[in-house]
Design a protein around this ligand. Sequence first.
Ligand code: NAD
Ligand code: UFG
Length: 336
Amino acid sequence: MRVLVTGASGYIGSQTCLELLKAGFEVVGFDNLSNSSEVSITRVRELSGKPLRFEKLDLLDKAGLNRLLKEGFDAVIHFAGLKAVGESVEKPELYRKNNVEGTANLIAAMKEAGCRRLIFSSSCTVYGEVKKSPVDESHPRSAVNPYGGTKLAVEDMCFALARAEQGWHIALLRYFNPVGADASGRIGEDPRGTPNNLMPYVMQTAVGRHAAVRVWGSDYPTPDGTGVRDYIHVVDLALGHLAALNKIDDFAGAEAVNLGAGRGYSVLEVIAAASKAAGKKIPYEICPRRPGDSAAIWADPALAKKKLGWATRRGLEEMCADHWRWQRANPDGYGA
Ligand code: NAD
Ligand code: UFG
């Protein structure tokens, strides 16, 4: 099977390229490198020992997309997109154009080339404010910020497309909170600027890039008062894409599937596990709640098990050990 991967040099894209190559797929990747480094691609080639063609290309370049898709692909895995929630509030139009219009361009090029198998990176953010967990795929959807709005819009675009035209097989994979890194410590998450997400901030604190982790709220109705999330090891997440690819023809039109572990950990549990992995106490301070955060959310992963035959295998300890190995060996990410 010949697979095109968009956002190939990014955090989840590079890990998925590696797993695809290891499993024997032929892979071509592209990225505009707006939030990643091509060094990740070089390392994926090294780790897999396989060729990986990579192009610098933007989703907004329609002619470039048409040219590439015409080469002929069995399926597209679409990771490319902007993902910073705060930035999306400041620049909603940039997010709409890049994520929604960019995906429309990709789909148009796929249509033109006759490729109708698509796997899209959606997010649990489409569930909006969640009152009760676990959350299954039938939970009502809503957008709590412009980034989430782009995920809803792309999901809707896919549902409408599949209703209007026969022959599409589209998996909308709703990720929970991806963390961790490849066990080699060679590829991993390299956020630009100060990370908003918990795990990269915790690990950067462990290497001395920040004085202390700011814990956003300790008065939530959770066992220790801090926010609870469903963390998923990035290797498990990448393997979830392989499972979806292997079952893509079972997707009749567009269907959504949660990719999560099905259990939650609190912020303090994550800091404790990360401290254990790093062999040092990672300092933290309790701060006020972060606006827009929910108390707790974790996935009902039953559909992924049933439809894809996939479930997570790596727990919090392994997530922290692997994320730490990457962070320690690459304290400044790929720029080191
Ligand atoms: P990432 O930023 O590391 O990867 C995304 C890649 O897309 C980057 O390499 C970036 O340069 C590229 N890109 C952005 N706009 C582009 C464009 N117009 N043309 C070509 N390339 C472009 O992020 P990630 O964590 O690997 O996320 C991958 C996907 O998964 C994204 O769509 C994201 O919204 C989604 N997602 C991520 C998370 C998470 O917490 N990491 C959770 C749920 C969903
Ligand atoms: N947190 C802290 N301190 C930090 C960062 C986070 O205490 O410095 C807490 C948060 O309050 C939350 C938990 O750690 O309780 C996880 O926060 P993240 O920012 O890592 O992830 P979120 O679950 O808040 O959400 C992010 C994106 C969503 C996306 C979701 C799942 O903001 O859009 O990941 O992918 F849907």
